[in-house]
Ligand binder design. Structure first.
Ligand code: 6PG
Length: 252
């Protein structure tokens, strides 16, 4: 499948607008699928997606056959699942607890397993089992991957300059980064994230404007940003507010 080289940009005036815009597009994508086939979504972590999930679970929930939807996670912090730092806890509070998605359709990263490399193995095994894949072979193709972007250009838990960025065979990696709290994370790797049908980034706030500008302009300095290395095979859409778009925004 040829890769969609362009990045679509959906500009909103503020963070709430960006969240609602992304939620509407996600709902349209999920509602458009064939009645029978399952659809796989990788949820983003951090704080930005909270508004997206609230909107998705609110005004859009009735449009979606949640029994067809399987929810995975792009990354997870190595904390218990009820810890406020957990991406699963954030998604459960803002989305999962508000929609009729079957428990068996929620594929949580067991990041409480120690050591983290073991947690990564468990999650990779569960993804392989879901897609019916044995050892080796090409990475899975998720239907939709949602991602955030850090002010340093990281995405999921793939950080600039980190060894995990060069991982080509593992689908799930354990990552240690002293730059974040908690330092241990479990993350999908680039071969998986960069193989999805559609990729939606949701990014807001002036702190990210330099990174967003570099990526959207394909500037040379963007090569070091992990978020620049993920595109959808069919579509890549950046949902951003005016602050994150800086002088890229249509109101500039
Ligand atoms: C995480 C996310 C991470 C996040 C960015 C942006 O676990 O924190 O996977 O990649 O998307 O750090 O975070 P905010 O949305 O909080 O700005």
């Amino acid at each position: 499948m040829a890769r969609a080289l362009t990045r679509e940009v959906r500009a909103s005036l503020d963070a709430e607008g960006a969240a609602r815009s992304a939620a509407a597009e996600i709902a349209s994508f999920l509602a458009a699928g064939e009645e029978t086939e399952r659809v796989t979504v990788v949820l983003a972590g951090g704080s930005t997606p909270r508004g997206v999930y609230h909107a998705l679970a609110g005004e859009h929930a009735g449009r979606i056959r949640w029994d067809r939807v399987h929810l995975f996670f792009g990354d997870e912090r190595c904390v218990p699942s009820e810890d406020p730092l957990s991406n699963y806890a954030m998604a459960r509070e803002s989305l999962i607890s508000r929609i009729p998605v079957p428990d068996g359709n929620v594929h949580r990263i067991p990041a409480e397993i120690d050591p983290p490399a073991e947690a990564a193995r468990h999650y990779e095994d569960s993804i392989r089992s879901f897609f019916g894949r044995g050892p080796g072979g090409p990475p899975p193709r998720f239907d939709l991957v949602l991602l955030g972007v850090g002010a340093d250009g990281h995405t999921a838990s793939l950080f600039p300059g980190h060894d995990a960025l060069e991982e080509r065979s593992l689908w799930v990696a354990a990552v240690h980064s002293a730059a974040v709290v908690p330092p241990w994370r479990i993350t999908l790797t680039l071969p998986v994230l960069d193989n999805a049908r559609q990729v939606f980034f949701v990014v807001t706030g002036a702190a990210k404007a330099a990174v967003v500008r570099a990526i959207l302009r394909d500037a040379p300095e963007a090569r070091r940003y992990p978020a620049a290395r993920v595109r959808g095979r069919e579509r890549t859409v950046w949902f951003a507010d005016r602050a994150a778009l800086g002088d890229e925004n249509p109101w500039a």
